[in-house]
Structure formats: structure tokens, C-alpha cells
Design a protein around this ligand. Structure first.
Ligand code: TYD
Ligand code: MG
Length: 471
């Protein structure tokens, strides 16, 4: 019986942003990139689907459906990676069957971190024959070995009685999965996803379709075998993961290296995590022996001054689940420009403009003819609104050239009508300030616990005017 033949439909995707288009174009209508659109083979519709049933199409057997009450909320068993700061951003350790994407600029330390974590896992789980498989698509096994020796990892990677850290130089994803199925590692590290290709597609490795398909196969492998998979992803000049945003949707956890590539510290932030808190921040120091954990990050985001300096305020911020002290600096200077500059490094630029308007309207301080620069020390990025008050006080301190006390910490959100609003986890922040030897805090009234906090003189404020009085 002749069925009407359906024309096979190709699909097109943009290599830059991952947008799907019905037809080819020279420029992507979504992101505006030129020459970025390529054809991907649309998978043939295998089954007639629901509509075809009763017309001779294959009848699908229904899958098992559970009622929520029947499903026991078994907690994910986690195992430590051997690097506490990495465990922290992962939400408490490695989850079997989870896929973690690690993104960052070239040379920022992705391979170093994963090699260290791989060696640590291999060193601690000697019971498993081949605990860690490190797939290197970019470097030769010799290069990886050279690095491991330089980092002093070679000993740890030789697990006692176990297979230790195993290396595979391969870029074909089918080959990798076939090998991993035999090796049965607990942790599979793929460095990097942009170098992999699948035989099913003809496009070049690193293109959107290749990255998407190879990642999909690895995700499926992780779920089927309960392997923890780490994928290294490169980042474009614009800071997005090369090619695919789509990749972020497919994986369970997305970690990004943050901060200045030439700084001495490395920050890793969880921007997505199905197994933990987002925005969690791991802090590392770079050494010739690799990345070293920084257990007490507050220390590195404060530039300890001997004398009080104008324009500097200590902010108690919160990254994920951890409170942290960060120094906020401001410089206010007479502007030669018709449109004075407002520059924020590590803080929100739009928020700065808004706060200056609030300061004018409710604090009576105008900065129309002043350049205003603000900076969060140490390359950390603070996006929460709890930074508002600290930012305003730093600006004001610089403007008036009057320093604030060295032992003062500040946090609180500033509203458009000049009110100071509470922020999440006030008591945690107050305790963090006390822990680091600060003596005074200006905080939103609702954030101050009844009994106060030992060793702290807390000034609760309800409005900007009260905060200005307090200093
Ligand atoms: P690498 O891990 O190769 O970066 P990526 O995989 O993200 O491109 O690190 C780049 C270089 O920096 C490498 O030569 C090792 C060196 N490095 C250190 O010496 N110590 C460190 O703590 C880190 C993170 C890197
Ligand atoms: Mg690398």
C-alpha cells in the first residue's frame, strides 16, 4: 500500500547560540552571528506515534507510572571528590549518574582541577578496579602524565591495589563509551567536549550539532551506568560556553571558573545544580603544585589596611550557603566629561546608577559631575542586593574623603524610597563578621537577632537617612 511519502526535513542550528531555524540564512536572526548556521540531520520519525495507532501503526506498550507517595525519597549517596572546595560547589560531593559541566577560559585551570580531583578519587577508592577514567582529547597522555608529575599527583594516582587513574586518548564518542563500558569507572572525565565527535554526524568537532549529540550520548551513558561524568567545556570570548547553551540544559550541574585569569586565585561557581545550591562558590589559590583549597575565603577578599582609607567598606555577602567578607572600594572624582562615568567591577553597573539616584533623592548628595568607580576586591563578583548599602557608603566615604572605621562591616538592600530592606540569612552574616574580628556592623533592622551577637556593636537601620547618621 503506497503511503504518501513525507519529505525528509532537515533542521538548521546556529553554531554561536544554538538557535534552531527552519531554513538556512547567512546571519542568525537570534544572535546576529554571521556564517554560523549549519544543517543538522533531523532524526527520522521512527514510530507513527500516538496518532498512528489504530491506523496500522505499532501499538506502544505503556510505561510504568508511579504515584509520588510510592516513591521513597532515597537520598542520593554522595562520595567526596577529595577536594573539599569542589565538593562544596557540587553540593556535597560526587553524585553517581550525574553529569557535571566545567566551563572556563583557556588556561584557567580546568584540566589541572580535574586531574587533581581524578587523582584524589583514584587514591581514595582503591577497592574499585578502575575508579577514574580520564579521556584526553586535547593533550597526549604524555602531556597529561608530565603535568601529573609536575603537580606531584603521580603517587596518588597509583592507587594501592587498584587501577588508579586511567588515561584514554580518544575523541570518538562511540569509542569512548565502548571503552568506558568495559573499564566501568566510577568517574569519567572528558577533556574536552569540544574535541569529541560522533560518527552519526558529518560536521566538524566543536560545532553545535556535534557537541549536542556527543554530550547527549555521554549523559545517557552516565544515567544508565551510574557513572559520574565531568565534561570540560570551553568558553568563547564573550564568556558563553563555546557553541551550546543547549549543553547547560542537558547536564545536571554547571560550574564556571570565575575571576581574573591572571590573578592568583581561582573561583568556581555553580550556576546550575540539580543536586545542590546554585551560586555556591569554591575558592582556590593557584600554586606550582596545582590548585589549593582556600578554606577561609574572607581573608583574600579583604585588603587589610593599616590605616582607615576613604572609599573602602567591608561587605558581608553570601555566596551560595556561605557568608563571606568582601571589601568594596569606591573612587569618586571630579569628571571632565559631559556624561560622567559610572564603572562597576564585580558589582552591578545598573544597580550603581540606581543607588546614586537614591543617594541624591533621599540622602541629599548629588554626583552629577563626578566619575564614580566601584570595585569588589579579589576578582569576586557580587550580584546580590545585600551589597547596596556597602556600595553607597563606600561611594559616600570617597566623595567626602572621610574613611570609615576599619572594624566596620555593612550589608543591606536599599529600596527606591530610601528604605533599608532585610536580606536573607542576617544572623549568619553577623556571625561571620564577628568571627573575623570586626567590631561594628550596620545592618537592616529586621536582620538583627534579639539578643544581638557576641562581640559586635550592631547598628540596626530602617532608612538610608539612619544609615548616614550612623557613620
Ligand atoms: P590548565 O589546567 O591546562 O588550563 P585549562 O585546562 O583550563 O586550559 O592550566 C593552564 C596552565 O596553568 C598549566 O600549564 C598549568 C598551570 N597551572 C599551575 O601551574 N598551577 C595551578 O594551580 C593551575 C590552576 C594551573
Ligand atoms: Mg585543558
Amino acid at each position: 500500500m503506497a503511503q504518501p511519502r513525507k519529505k525528509s526535513r532537515g533542521a538548521y542550528v546556529c553554531n554561536a547560540c544554538g538557535a534552531e531555524l527552519p531554513k538556512w540564512a547567512g546571519q542568525c536572526p537570534e544572535c546576529g552571528a554571521w556564517n554560523s548556521i549549519e544543517e543538522v540531520a533531523a532524526a527520522p520519525a521512527a514510530r507513527g506515534g500516538w496518532a498512528a495507532q489504530g491506523q496500522g501503526g505499532a501499538v506502544l506498550k505503556p510505561s510504568e507510572v508511579l504515584s509520588l507517595a510510592e516513591v521513597s525519597p532515597e537520598r542520593q549517596s554522595r562520595s567526596p571528590s577529595g577536594i573539599a572546595e569542589l565538593d562544596r560547589v557540587l553540593g556535597g560531593g560526587l553524585v553517581p549518574g550525574s553529569v557535571v559541566l566545567i566551563g572556563g577560559d583557556p588556561g584557567i585551570g580546568k584540566s589541572t582541577l580535574l586531574l587533581q580531583a581524578g587523582a584524589a578519587v583514584a587514591g581514595t577508592s582503591s577497592a574499585v578496579a578502575a575508579p577514574v577514567l580520564y579521556v584526553t582529547g586535547e593533550e597526549s597522555p604524555q602531556q597529561v602524565s608530565l603535568r601529573a608529575h609536575r603537580l606531584g599527583l603521580a603517587a596518588g594516582a597509583e592507587a594501592k591495589g587498584g587501577g588508579g587513574l586511567r588515561l584514554l586518548a580518544e575523541t570518538g564518542v562511540e569509542q569512548i563509551i565502548a571503552t568506558a563500558a568495559v573499564e566501568r569507572p566510577r568517574v569519567l572525565i572528558v577533556d574536552s567536549i569540544q574535541t569529541l565527535f560522533t560518527d552519526a554526524l558529518t560536521s566538524a568537532p566543536g560545532s553545535v550539532s556535534q557537541v549536542r549529540e556527543t554530550a547527549a550520548q555521554l549523559v545517557r551513558f552516565a544515567k544508565l551506568t551510574d557513572t559520574t561524568v565531568f565534561l570540560v567545556g570551553h568558553v568563547t570570548k564573550e564568556g558563553a560556553l563555546a557553541g551550546p547553551r543547549v549543553l547547560e540544559h542537558m547536564v545536571d550541574t554547571v560550574l564556571y571558573f570565575e575571576g581574573e585569569p591572571d590573578g592568583a586565585h581561582r573561583l568556581i561557581r555553580a550556576v546550575k545544580n540539580r543536586f545542590g545550591a546554585v551560586n555556591e562558590l569554591g575558592v582556590f589559590a593557584m600554586t606550582d603544585k596545582g590548585l589549593r583549597e582556600v578554606r577561609n575565603p574572607s581573608a583574600i577578599f579583604l585588603s587589610r589596611h593599616d590605616q582607615p582609607v576613604p572609599g573602602s567598606v567591608v561587605l558581608v555577602t553570601r555566596e551560595g550557603t556561605r557568608p563571606m567578607l568582601v571589601e568594596v572600594q569606591a573612587l569618586v572624582d571630579q569628571s571632565p566629561l559631559a556624561n560622567p562615568r559610572r564603572v562597576a567591577v564585580g558589582l552591578e553597573q545598573n544597580r550603581l546608577a540606581m543607588l546614586l539616584a537614591v543617594l541624591h533623592r533621599h540622602g541629599g548628595v548629588a554626583m552629577f559631575d563626578q566619575d564614580v568607580f566601584v570595585n569588589a576586591v579579589g576578582g569576586v563578583r557580587v550580584t546580590e542586593t545585600a551589597a547596596d548599602l556597602a556600595l553607597l557608603l563606600a561611594v559616600l566615604s570617597s566623595h567626602r574623603d572621610r574613611p570609615l572605621p576599619l572594624d566596620l562591616a555593612v550589608f543591606g538592600e536599599v529600596g527606591l524610597s530610601g528604605e533599608i530592606r532585610p536580606v536573607p540569612n542576617g544572623p549568619d552574616r553577623l556571625r561571620e563578621a564577628a568571627k573575623h574580628g570586626l567590631k561594628q556592623v550596620i545592618a537592616p533592622k529586621a536582620n538583627v537577632p534579639k539578643g544581638g551577637v557576641d562581640g559586635l556593636a550592631i547598628k540596626p537601620v530602617l532608612s538610608l537617612a539612619e544609615a548616614l547618621d550612623a557613620i
